[in-house]
Design a protein around this ligand. Structure first.
Ligand code: MG
Ligand code: ZN
Length: 214
């Protein structure tokens, strides 16, 4: 019984996700699901990418967190439209949470919507939000073994960004080992290295995002 109940919930989520996707498509808005562990630099990523995007691209942000509106206030302080989703303990966003937040942003006016998921390398990968692409951010201080330990997350990625690349020596991060782990679970995924605070490698990330845009 337990299994069938779970299946039903997943299907319900997928139905709402499909509606979210149709809505994004009708608005001409490309939506990105940004996933990473806490502290990998998701919010810094959004702020860094934004400075390299063409000025004609209008962006908006949904911030998923268990509690607080720290990241939303940070995004808003740069004049970017943003809405906070507090999951109240839930460790991932779901399609319904996104759907409910849609009315708080003028999606039709946006070219790109970044949805920053709850910091977690496990279940966000299994929950469809209706977004077009998954961006997974790994960061050097987390270690080079993450693709081996959390393959599901890296498997669903359309783009993997290795952030905090300026710390690679300090943490003795083995880039070859990391890359091998990524290729094992997701052979064709785009992999880029960056420093979001040092603004390194962000041009390439921004170009990739523009290429994916509707
Ligand atoms: Mg954040
Ligand atoms: Zn979860």
């Amino acid at each position: 019984m337990k299994i069938s109940v779970k299946k039903q919930i997943l299907n319900e989520n997928d139905l709402i996700a499909r509606k979210n996707r149709k809505f994004f498509d009708s608005c001409g808005t490309t939506a990105f699901n940004i996933m990473a562990s806490p502290g990998a630099g998701k919010t810094s990523f959004i702020l860094a990418v934004r400075t390299f995007l063409p000025k004609t691209k209008r962006i908006g942000v949904m911030e998923g967190d268990v509690a607080s509106r720290i990241d939303t206030d940070r995004i808003l302080s740069y004049g970017i439209p943003a809405v906070q989703i507090n999951t109240g303990g839930n460790c991932h966003l779901d399609a319904l949470m996104v759907k409910k937040a849609l009315s708080q942003l003028s999606i039709r006016r946006l070219d790109i919507l970044f949805i920053e998921n709850v910091g977690n390398l496990i279940c966000p990968a299994n929950v469809n939000l209706g977004t077009h692409d998954n961006i997974v951010i790994a960061s050097v201080p987390e270690g080079d073994d993450k693709p081996y330990k959390y393959p599901g997350m890296f498997k669903t990625a359309d783009l993997v960004v290795l952030n905090k690349i300026d710390l690679i020596e300090v943490f003795k991060f083995n880039l070859e080992y990391f890359t091998h782990g990524i290729r094992m679970v997701n052979p064709n995924v785009k992999l880029l290295a960056a420093s979001c605070t040092g603004k390194r490698g962000i041009r390439e990330v921004s170009d990739w995002i523009v290429n994916q845009s509707l």
